[in-house]
Design a protein around this ligand. Structure first.
Ligand code: ATP
Length: 295
């Protein structure tokens, strides 16, 4: 409740509008993440894996900054300490005025508001939890701590990991090692890793203008584990169709409506998706995400 309240407060204060998007939809909303399907009067419907396409369409409709708190469904292996099949997504999307770093600044400000608010306004509840589950307040920097992908590759290679062609996603062990190294170097439990390889990001991610092997996309880590994924989105319909072809994704199942929504012009935009239970379990230093999920 506190995390959601602080999330809302910070985003309202930063000029966002709250929206609610469909959860019963015609096609997949995230490539790569498993989808639950269900019968929809004789045809197949999917349970939304994120509000991604809708929040972008909201920006295309000239709502400059939008957010949503809502259920997210992922038909993926959830026999891990940090995955659930149904979780609560904290999502935001915003127009970019000068540079995509604006989004990282908004998100950083929002998380600072959450961390500071938890330690001050919810001190009594934190003290009760910490009697049973020990945790320290999260260390964070006043300005965003942003690493670029090549720096992370260097750190992990130094730590003895074989990073291969440097274009593969990080394993859990790599994330933890990177988190420990960043804490030592930059004195923070909370950092952003920017410029992910395009190959491992969803189709709607904007490639880096200088080198399309990389993209304007980032993950955010808390105590060495991912709590947030975000990116600039590809707002150019022609480039979007090209990327879909490259990734072998068929246009159809509602995707054409999404692409169409950009045909009449849309601001360059970027956003983020955060898992509520992930934030709570890592903030409180719990050993399993289920301890941060009420049901
Ligand atoms: P991971 O690599 O940890 O499986 P992901 O890259 O699939 O996550 P995204 O699709 O980028 O995650 O989702 C954005 C955020 O939603 C994640 O950073 C995380 O906080 C949360 N999240 C994603 N999948 C799950 C899940 N199965 N259970 C709980 N939270 C999740």
């Amino acid at each position: 409740s506190a995390v959601c309240q602080l999330f809302r407060e910070s985003l309202y204060e930063q000029g966002f509008c709250e929206i609610h998007t469909p959860k019963l939809i015609a096609g997949e909303s995230e490539s790569g993440a498993g989808v639950f399907t269900t019968d929809y009067f004789g045809t197949t419907a999917c349970l939304a894996q994120s509000p991604q396409l809708y929040k972008q369409m909201a920006v295309a409709s000239d709502l400059d900054r939008v957010f949503e708190i809502g259920p997210v469904f992922r038909a993926e292996n959830s026999h891990t300490r940090r995955h659930l099949c149904e979780f609560t997504g904290l999502d935001l999307e915003m127009g970019i005025h000068d540079h995509y770093m604006e989004t990282l600044e908004v998100v950083h400000k929002m998380f600072r508001h959450i961390f500071e608010g938890l330690e001050t306004r919810w001190a009594r509840e934190l003290a009760i939890i910490r009697e049973q589950y020990e945790s320290e307040p999260v260390m964070f920097t006043a300005e965003p701590c942003v690493l670029h992908w090549p720096e992370a590759m260097e750190i992990l290679t130094d730590k003895g990991f074989d990073m291969g062609d440097q274009l593969q996603d990080l394993t859990g062990a790599m994330e933890l090692a990177l988190g420990a190294a960043v804490k030592e170097k930059y004195k923070t439990d909370f950092f952003m890793l920017d410029k992910y390889p395009s190959l491992i990001r969803p189709f709607y991610t904007m490639p880096d203008a200088d080198d399309s092997r990389y993209s304007n996309s980032y993950d955010i880590f808390l105590r060495g584990q991912e709590i947030c994924s975000g990116a600039q989105r590809c707002h150019d319909p022609a480039l979007l169709v090209e990327i879909l072809k490259e990734k072998g994704i068929e246009v159809g199942h509602g995707l054409e409506k999404y692409i169409d929504s950009f045909q009449h012009g849309v601001s360059p935009h970027a956003g983020a998706g955060i898992g509520l239970e992930r934030v709570v379990f890592l903030y409180l230093g719990l050993d399993n995400i289920r301890k941060a999920s009420m049901f």
